[in-house]
Design a protein around this ligand. Sequence first.
Ligand SMILES: *[C@@H]1O[C@H](CO)[C@@H](O)[C@H](O)[C@H]1NC(C)=O
Ligand SMILES: *[C@@H]1O[C@H](CO)[C@@H](O)[C@H](O)[C@H]1NC(C)=O
Ligand SMILES: *[C@@H]1O[C@H](CO)[C@@H](O)[C@H](O)[C@H]1NC(C)=O
Ligand SMILES: *[C@@H]1O[C@H](CO)[C@@H](O)[C@H](O)[C@H]1NC(C)=O
Ligand SMILES: *[C@@H]1O[C@H](CO)[C@@H](O)[C@H](O)[C@H]1NC(C)=O
Ligand SMILES: *[C@@H]1O[C@H](CO)[C@@H](O)[C@H](O)[C@H]1NC(C)=O
Length: 928
Amino acid sequence: MASLASLSLYFTLNLIFLLLPVMPSLAFSLKNCTILYQKNTCADVSLDCSNMKFVTIPDYIPKNTVSIQLGDNLLLNIIRKDFHDMSNLKNLNFTLNQIAYVEQGSFINLPLLETLYMGRNKLTNLTNNMFKGLSNLTVLVLSYNNIQYIHKSAFWSLTNLQTLEIAGIKLKQVAEILPILQLPQLLRLSLKHNRFTTFETKDLPLNLSMSLKELEISGSDLKMLSITTPVFPHLQSIDLSYINTRLNWNFSDKSLQKSVTQLHINSLAFSFEGFQNVLKSFGRLRHLSFESVDDWITMGLLSVVCKTPTLRGLIISQSHFANFTIELASCVQLRELNLEDNFMSELSKGSMQSMKQLRFLNLGYNLFTEFPHDIRNLSSLEILKMHYNDISGLSCDDFSNTTHLKELYLNMNSITQLQRCITEKIVNLKVLDVSGNLLKVFGDTFKISLQKLESLDISHNPIKYLDTDVFQHLKSLKELKVETHLFVDVPYFSGLEDLENLTIYFHTERTFKNLQSNDDKAFSNIKTMKHLTLIGSSDNDWIPFYTIKEMLRASGNVGAFTIQNIYINYYDVDTFELNPLLKSLTLSLTDLSDLNCELFLSFPNLQNLDLSKSKLRSLDFLVQANLSALRYLKLTDNEISVISETVFQSLPSLRFLDLDNNPFSCECSNTGFIHWIVTNSQTQVVKAYQYKCFFPESKRGNLLLDFDIQSCRDNGSFLCFISSTCLVVLTLLISFIYNFLRLHLSYTFHLFLAFLYDSRKRKKGHPHWFDAFVSYNAKDEDWVYREMLPVLEGEQGWRLCLHHRDFQPGKPIIENINDAIYGSRKTICVISRSYLQSEWCSREIQMASFHLFDEQKDVLILLFLEEIPPHHLSPYYRMRKLVKKRTYLSWPEAVQHPGVFWQNVQRALQTGDALTENTDPLTGLTGC
Ligand SMILES: *[C@@H]1O[C@H](CO)[C@@H](O)[C@H](O)[C@H]1NC(C)=O
Ligand SMILES: *[C@@H]1O[C@H](CO)[C@@H](O)[C@H](O)[C@H]1NC(C)=O
Ligand SMILES: *[C@@H]1O[C@H](CO)[C@@H](O)[C@H](O)[C@H]1NC(C)=O
Ligand SMILES: *[C@@H]1O[C@H](CO)[C@@H](O)[C@H](O)[C@H]1NC(C)=O
Ligand SMILES: *[C@@H]1O[C@H](CO)[C@@H](O)[C@H](O)[C@H]1NC(C)=O
Ligand SMILES: *[C@@H]1O[C@H](CO)[C@@H](O)[C@H](O)[C@H]1NC(C)=O
């Protein structure tokens, strides 16, 4: 009756499908533009239409768009109707197009526009009131066009413009940029790479007075730069760092003396004497920066610069410094000193010790092999950067007086030890980065001290051992990056009650063996964790699914979980506990080809899911997964070719789906999916209009959405109808047979597998790697690790094979089990109720018993963990048969005398393989 009903329902559905017209509407999947995903539903719409070969601006841009990226296209012009009804626009980016013409009034309906990027186009004329309407514009970039003419009213509407970048302008006379200089609110102006031969303010109207604060100017023809009239009374910063020819200059305007505080200088623009005179023109310089000034340094640049009493910040880079650091000694007034990237290998003693007010020091990217002696005297220092040097050791005195240090970056050096005497001195430290060094132990480095530390990175060090309570005193820690071989068996993270971000780098497959047993305790006290990240370093890194599950369970409050570049081993998937708080999950750069839907059953509030680059072949796991809150799903770079549209019925909240770079099949099997992309009005399928066919061969390279789904409905429909009807009947039949004969079928199948395997192994003459393979259920793991391992491995010295620990990653489970059984002399079954119920375990038993009967070997040792009355064994036909015939070892009976129990196990393990007359084939014990 039921099957008849479902058949008729099927016919009806088929009929409806045949009659439905294809809806051409474009709902959410914009052709070649992407609506950027926003967590907040009511947030403003931002579009990415960059790099799409657009020649004109697409006409399907939603009216409420606030931000559009149109860079790197082939746009030729902008006309009035392009943006006539997009009055919400705030940001527009046309960088890197071919725009030569902008129709007058094109921007007139954009009163809210704030930023407009038009660099690297083909504009030649800035025409009459070209930017009319843009009264709220604050940033305008017109660099690298061919601008030869600026109409005097070109910028009239830009009453709020603050930043104008117009590098590479083709004008030759400063008077020609008068429309720029008349912008009333302009604060920053870049005139890099211009064609002026002279830039002299005397050529400008006398009454001109700008609000400008920062001026950048350079040009290969520029011979004369003179500011002699009060055009820039507020100018604070002059950037001449791009000037590469010798410059005549005159900064005699008196207002500059008071206003200018920052200079960026290139030594090609001035002679050294000339530069010294420039310094004298400005009375209040606070910040100076130089690049490539080797010559000047040998001439005494440092002592000259240090004579500027107002100087607070000094930057020198890409210069050879080695022999002149002592000249820094007179720079006692400095607050910030940046000497990054200067080939420095040492700092003469006394060079910096006088800088009592220095707060920021950057010596990164140099060649230091020792920690500079003077740093210990910098008692005001708050931030020290020594990254990317070659420092091998730190001594206790190196930080003796730097008690105000808040941030310390020692990453990428060769430091082998970080002693407690060092961390004790820097009690105010908030950020410590010692990643990428040669640290092997931490010992008591973090004990007592560093109570204020908020961020610690000790990743990428060859750490062999860590004290169990190594982090426990870091009470303020919010962010921690470590590597996994640190996990042994004690809760490392238990003291870290404020931890928010934990990143764990995996190193080798070995690491997980340590991680498995106690990871739950490791996280259980952290109530504040927001993001947990596991990152593998090579293809060999793997983690059992079980461990991930435990981590998620233990860190119950975590909001985002990321796993990258780690192979996940699924053989022991069982039910997952609910993790209601998890909002974001990333499993990327891994192998999810046999992903089980159960993984996702327990995330009712998951909103973001990223499974990119993970060898996924099908999305069917989503149908049963209960992801009703999922909004964002990223599945790029997988191996998905056919998608059933029913998948999306189980994702009612989905807004954003990215399937880029999958090998789609352009066949009738994808009809429903294609139809859904085009018609659904809720989910944006990102870049759907560029998805390409991969199958069949003949259609490879065609666009997926060009596939004619109508043809599947017309020509093929009858055939399709007939064949699918047959399929339905067949399915019904098979499920009927399966239902009634299931047990026998599956048993025969596994027996057959085992037989095949067995005869193969026998030919090879398999060696034994282990004394015993222990088969147990995950729920009994505690007992196995607590009771069994210490005795059998520890005291008795057997080599045991445990699936959680010793299975090879990447191998099919069934093969792993076979290898384990045949690679071990014996198989110990730890039998409990959960064991009997577990499917895998019963297969293990079946295979082992096959081995037993077939080869006349006694391999099986049965340990009963709990009392199980014989009638409870009845569903487990083979087990009952075994137990009836053989004796077994019972833990509940032995609790009083565990010693005797383990002795019996030992004897069972000692017996040889051959079945003898008087030994019991199950336990190896004669009677019992
Ligand atoms: C989308 O972009 C692709 C490749 O850039 C192009 O071939 C196609 O014609 C574009 N489609 C639309 C509708 O603009
Ligand atoms: C503008 O577009 C260009 C080219 O696509 C891109 O490189 C740049 O980052 C964009 N700028 C902004 C501020 O979005
Ligand atoms: C500039 O934008 C603000 C809102 O950000 C708006 O209130 C104001 O009217 C705009 N200015 C003009 C001249 O349109
Ligand atoms: C640009 O302006 C110049 C000078 O006013 C004019 O001769 C030329 O025709 C204009 N070019 C364009 C493309 O509008
Ligand atoms: C620094 O001085 C030493 C000897 O005092 C000399 O050998 C070396 O070449 C000098 N280095 C530079 C970059 O001038
Ligand atoms: C450390 O600072 C104190 C007080 O500022 C000063 O007396 C002492 O000499 C300094 N020690 C060193 C090694 O500079």
